[in-house]
Design a binder for this molecule. Sequence first.
Ligand code: ATP
Length: 508
Amino acid sequence: MSDSAETPNLMEALVSLAKRRGFIYASSEIYGGLNGFFDYGPLGTELKRNIRDCWWRDMVQRRDDIVGIETSIIMHPKVWEASGHVAGFSDPLVDCKVSKQRYRADQLFWSPVVVDGKIVGYVSALESEKTVEELQAAAETFKRKKAITGALAPVVAKDFTEASEAEIPLIPSPATGEPGSLTAPRAFNMMFQTNVGAMSDASSVAYLRPETAQGMFVDFKNVVDTTRVKLPFGIAQIGKSFRNEITPRNFIFRSREFEQMEMEYFIHEDADWAKCHEEWITWCETWLKSIGLPASHLSRYTHPKEKLAFYSRGTVDIMFKYPFGVQELWGIAARGSYDLTQHANASGKPQELFDEASKKKFVPHVIEPAVGVDRIFLAVLAAAYAVEDVKDEKGNVEQRTVLRLSPRLAPVKVAILPLLKNKELLTNRAKALHAKLQKRYAVQYDDGGAIGKRYRRQDEAGTPWCVTIDFDTIEKPGDTFTLRERDSMAQRRITEAELFALLDEQVY
Ligand code: ATP
C-alpha cells in the first residue's frame, strides 16, 4: 500500500475514483440515491465478478471436499424462525426525538465529564477511529463553556447499551449536542419484510434473506442425498443478502443490499473443531493475501467468550485496516450443531448422518467462514490505490493515479494500443490481436489520444499490462509488441505467444 493510502482523505479519493471511472455509483442516483444501496459500473462489475470467480475457483472448484449451491433469496418464513433471526436478528436502535436521527446504540459512545472527582455533565460521539479523542475534546469544551474550574479526568468511553436509565436523559444527542432527546435502545429487527402472493396479510409475510448461510443448512440433506460428499465436507454459496442496517456507512462497507460468500464446513461431532477452525482462519488469510491484500493490513479479532451466542464455540474475525479504521472483513465461526439441530426440530426432519464406526446417528458440527464481496472490493481498492510522481517522455514530473490490482482481479487484463490511430497497418494488427485475446480475457482496445495518456487511463483502471503495436511490430521481423507493465512502467518487447503465456500464468 502506498503512503497515500494512509492519508485521511483516502476514502474521498476512492469514492471519487470509483465514480469517475465507473466502478461504483449511488443507486438510483438521478433520484437522489437511496441510502445503503449501490450500483456497480462497468469496471466495478468486472472487478466484483473477478473477486467472486477467484473465491469460487479456490474455494469450490479447486477442492475435492466442497460443493457449491445457489438457493433462493426468499425462503420459507419458518427458516428464519428456526434460525433465530425473527426473534433475535436485531441491532439496538436509539432515536433522537428532536433531530429524528437514528443511531445504533453500540456505535454511539458517551462519557461522564468528571472534574475534581465529580460528574459535572456528559458528552457523546459517534464511533470512529478517534472516538476517545473526540470525547476528550468535547469534555474540555464542555468544561470551558460552563466555566468550570478544576482538574478534568480522562474520559471513559462507553457505548449507549451501557447507559443506565438514569444516565440516558443526561447524555447529549450527537445531532443536537443537547441532552434529553435520546430514547432508550430498543431491538430493531434488520430483516426486510415482504409479502408473497396476492394477499398482504400475516400469513403471507416473508423475508429477504439476511445471510446466505441458511440456504446451506436447509439444503444439507439434499446435498448429502444427491452427491457423494463424505465428512468432512463443505457447501458454499455466493449471493445477495439484505439487512436493513440502522446506519449504513463507509461507502460499500456497510450497505443494506450486499453480497456474501459463505461456506459451511461440516465435521464429525467428535472432530477436533478448534484445529479445523484454525485451519480455516489460516486458509482465509492466505487467500486474502493471494488476491493482493497486504499482510500488514490484516489482523485477527477473537470474540470474547462471554459475548458469544450460547451455541457458538468460538468466532475469529479477520480484520482489515480500512481508511476509516480496522474493521471486520471475514468472520470465521465455529457454530457447533446449532443450525442443523434447529432446522431438524422445526421441520421435524432429522438432519443426521450415520457413523459407521460407532453405528450411531449424529448431527454434524460446522465451521463457517463468511465474507462480504463488497467488503473485499473496498479492501482491494484501498490497498491498490496509489498516487505517485512519475516522469513523462520529456522528463517532466507528473502525477499518476494507479490501482495496483492483482492480475487475477484486474477488470481489464490487457489494453491493446495501436501507436497511431490513422495507420491501418498498425490498427489492423492491433485489432487482430484484440480479437484473439478477447476470446479468453477481458481486454480493451484503445486508440484515442497520446500513448502516455492512454497508459495513465489504464493505470487508473488497474490494467496490469498495455501492449503497444508500433512501427517495429510491422516493419521488423518477429512480430513483437511493446509490453508496458503497470507497476514498474518498464517496457520490453514481447511476441504474441509470450503474451499468451504470461497471461496464462498470471490470470488464473
Ligand atoms: P458487522 O458486525 O460488521 O455488522 P456481522 O458480524 O453482522 O458484521 P456476519 O453476519 O458475520 O456479519 O456476516 C458475514 C460477512 O458479511 C461479514 O464479515 C461482512 O464481510 C459481510 N457483511 C455483513 N453485513 C454487511 C453489510 N451490511 N454490508 C456489507 N457487508 C456485510
